[in-house]
Structure formats: structure tokens, C-alpha cells
Design a protein around this ligand. Structure first.
Ligand SMILES: Nc1ncnc2c1ncn2[C@@H]1O[C@H](COP(=O)(O)OP(=O)(O)OP(=O)(O)O)[C@@H](O)[C@H]1O
Ligand SMILES: [Mg+2]
Length: 324
């Protein structure tokens, strides 16, 4: 099998606060193949952004990170160090939930779209970078890009700002594009447009993508494979059609039941219904299955930690009750 672009084995992250350490990621394995788009799904607080930030070297100061082995584009990397941060802005780019996170209110869009390219294209002059930026802005659907380049972020609507941020990410021609809830800050119509644009991108760029979302519908549309997280643990992963059509883990089934049908066109106005109970206290992770307290199929076996079981086609899940 071809080596993946990114491979992370046994990622753990704890946050220290008030003299106590909270283990928010536990034994996470993640692989993203060249040109593949991987979806990361799970309830709020399950650790999705923490994974994205760990890959980018952007974890908060109070984070402690560990991993057995991390490789990116054939080279070993150390998460949480300058090594991995070096990939940012050249090999890895990120689209955040709130576009203002990535934009500086003090500078024009044009200046920011030029500056973001400097690490990638150190030999190009400002004029060439400006022309590339203007063309990319047109490409992502900003009309009258030549004029828009001279404007400041506050002069753009939310949807237009997200297009600018997507242009910014694409200008560095990253090998990996991470989109963390790229549409949740937008209203429903604009959200649909941004999803459509991500779609076009997917077809056009050879970059790999990691798409973080609450929405299985969005992931079914945009991704080849999906990783389902629960309370900092990967409970199921594999090709999108297998995981979403034949889910093995009770948590994935519950998520799917909430979402109605991920294969009907994505409707951003639908909210995820809630699953009874709440996520365990991560400062005292239960020794057995992490989902047991909320699982309708719970059994005494679930007091022990389930190992990963493998089904056909790269489909894997962590549950005692399902036969492989
Ligand atoms: N700097 C921090 N210090 C302490 N705890 C943190 C910190 N950042 C995140 N956490 C905690 O880590 C857990 C995982 O957070 P994370 O933001 O990765 O979740 P998420 O899956 O991205 O959630 P959402 O869907 O709401 O964005 C949560 O319990 C969160 O409260
Ligand atoms: Mg998040």
C-alpha cells in the first residue's frame, strides 16, 4: 500500500488547568492519503479541533502532546515542536470556523493575500504575488476582485470573508488543507454556497483534505473516508460509504439516527438531535469503553477497553459487541 501523506500513531493530548490534567485525546490514530479527503466527526468537545491544532503545531500553551510516530510526506515529524510548525503556511493550510481568526483587521485583503504566499514563493516579487492573489479571489467567486483587493476585512460580508480565507489557504498550494467547521459561522444560504465551493475545490485540487464537521451530510458529500470521534477516542473509521451505510459502532449509529440521512443533499438548517446522556468527565476517563455510559447495547464486557476490530475495506471500529 502507498504510504499516506500524513500518518499519526497513538496521539494523546492533555490540557493542564488548575493543577489538574485533562486527557482529551486518547490513542488517536489518523491517516490521510495523497489526494484523499478525510472527514472528522463527533459531538462538541470530542477533540476534533485539538487534532487539527496538533497537526498544525497550534495547540494552546497548557497542552501536553504525545505520539508514537508521526510522518508527513515521507518525513518523521514531532508534534508540538518547531518541526511541525514549519509545515504551516507552506505544506499545511487551515480554514477556520470564524474567518476573522485568519484575517488581520488592520491590513487590506490584497496585502494579506500577498503576505501569505511569501514563504511558499520567496523569489516572486510583490506584483506577481498580487496578480496570483487577484486571480485566486476571482476563482473563489469574489466579483470585482481588483477593487476588492484594496479593501479591509470589515468591508466584506461573512460569506465573502470565508471565500477570502479559502483563497488564502489555496494560494500556498498546500499538500494538506484542514477545514475546521468551515461553514458553521455562516447563515444557511451562504453556507450552501461555501459547501458548493469546497466541492469544486475538491474536484480541482490535488491537495489532501481534513474536513472537521458536526455534519455527517457534509462529510458524505466531501470526503472519501471518515473518522468518528467520541470523547477523544476514535470509535470508528473507514471509507465514507461503508461507515455511513453500515455503521458498526453504536455511537455512529446514534449520530446517524440524529442526522436522518447523510446521503440526502446537505441541508445546513437541520440541527443534530441530541443523544441521551452526556460526554464523560475527561479528567477521569472510564477504564472500559468510553461510550458505555450512554450506550443502549451496553454489556458487562464493556467494562474493559475494547480493541480495534477490522472489517472489510479498511473499515475499523472499537466495540465489544459487534462481530467482525
Ligand atoms: N486550552 C484548553 N485548555 C483546557 N481544555 C481545553 C483547551 N482547549 C480545549 N479544551 C477541552 O478539550 C476538549 C476537546 O476540545 P476541542 O475543541 O478539541 O473539541 P471539538 O471536538 O473541536 O469541539 P467543537 O465541536 O465544539 O468545536 C473539550 O473538553 C475542551 O473543553
Ligand atoms: Mg472544534
Amino acid at each position: 500500500m502507498k504510504t499516506p501523506l500524513l500518518s499519526i500513531d497513538n496521539l494523546g493530548v492533555s490540557y493542564r488547568a488548575g493543577g489538574q490534567s485533562t486527557h482529551v485525546l486518547d490513542g488517536v490514530d489518523l491517516e490521510i492519503g495523497y489526494g484523499q479527503s478525510v472527514g472528522l466527526v463527533g459531538e462538541s468537545g470530542s477533540g476534533k479541533s485539538t487534532i487539527a491544532f496538533a497537526i498544525l503545531g497550534l495547540l494552546a500553551e497548557n497542552a501536553e502532546v504525545s505520539a508514537d510516530r508521526v510522518t508527513f510526506d515521507g518525513l518523521e515529524q514531532r508534534l508540538g515542536t518547531a518541526d511541525i510548525a514549519r509545515l504551516r503556511g507552506a505544506d499545511v493550510a487551515m480554514i477556520f470556523q470564524d474567518p476573522m481568526t485568519a484575517l488581520n483587521p488592520m491590513f487590506t485583503i490584497g496585502t494579506q493575500l500577498v503576505d501569505v504566499q511569501r514563504r511558499r514563493f520567496p523569489r516572486e516579487d510583490r506584483q506577481a504575488l498580487w496578480a496570483r492573489a487577484e486571480a485566486m479571489l476571482t476563482d473563489v467567486g469574489v466579483q470585482d476582485a481588483a477593487q476588492r483587493m484594496k479593501r479591509y476585512p470589515h468591508e466584506f460580508s461573512g460569506g465573502m470573508r470565508q471565500r477570502v480565507v479559502i483563497a488564502m489557504a489555496l494560494l500556498v498550494e498546500p499538500k494538506l488543507l484542514i477545514a475546521d467547521e468551515p461553514t458553521t459561522a455562516l447563515d444557511a444560504t451562504v453556507e450552501a454556497q461555501v459547501v458548493e465551493m469546497l466541492h469544486r475545490l475538491r474536484r480541482r485540487t490535488s491537495a489532501s483534505m481534513l474536513v472537521v464537521s458536526h455534519s455527517l451530510g457534509l462529510i458524505a458529500e466531501l470526503c472519501n473516508s471518515v473518522v468518528v470521534m467520541y470523547a477523544g477516542t476514535v470509535v470508528e473509521s473507514g471509507p465514507v460509504d461503508r461507515v455511513l451505510r453500515q455503521p458498526r459502532h453504536p455511537y455512529t449509529r446514534a449520530l446517524l439516527a440524529c442526522e436522518i440521512d447523510p446521503y440526502v443533499p446537505f441541508d445546513p438548517s437541520k440541527d443534530l438531535a441530541t443523544i441521551a446522556g452526556s460526554v464523560p468527565d475527561l479528567s477521569h476517563r472510564p477504564p472500559g469503553c468510553i461510550f458505555a455510559a450512554r450506550c443502549a447495547s451496553r454489556h458487562e464486557l464493556c467494562l474493559g477497553k475494547p480493541r480495534t476490530k477490522r472489517a472489510e475495506g479498511g473499515h475499523a471500529y472499537r466495540c465489544w459487541l459487534e462481530a467482525a
